[in-house]
Design a protein around this ligand. Structure first.
Ligand SMILES: [Zn+2]
Length: 70
């Protein structure tokens, strides 16, 4: 794709003890799971989709935990 820059040093988008997300200048997002060292290479649209999916899942889990606590 001519509108994308060539591959180069990654910018860190997010990092915590569980996951590290970086982005290549070409646009590819790398999601590395710290626990097993697996890296997913995805595009920004996938990042959005995956994030929304995880947020929905977390909502459900916390909802359930809330019910259990109360
Ligand atoms: Zn790249």
């Amino acid at each position: 794709m001519s509108d994308r820059k060539a591959c180069g040093p990654h910018a860190v988008l997010g990092s915590n003890p569980s996951v590290r997300i970086t982005q290549c200048p070409c646009g590819t997002v790398h999601v590395t799971f710290v626990s097993n060292g697996v890296t997913l290479r995805i595009n920004e649209d996938s990042l959005r989709g995956i994030t929304h999916g995880l947020m929905a899942a977390l909502d459900k889990v916390e909802e359930r935990e809330g019910v259990r606590v109360n």
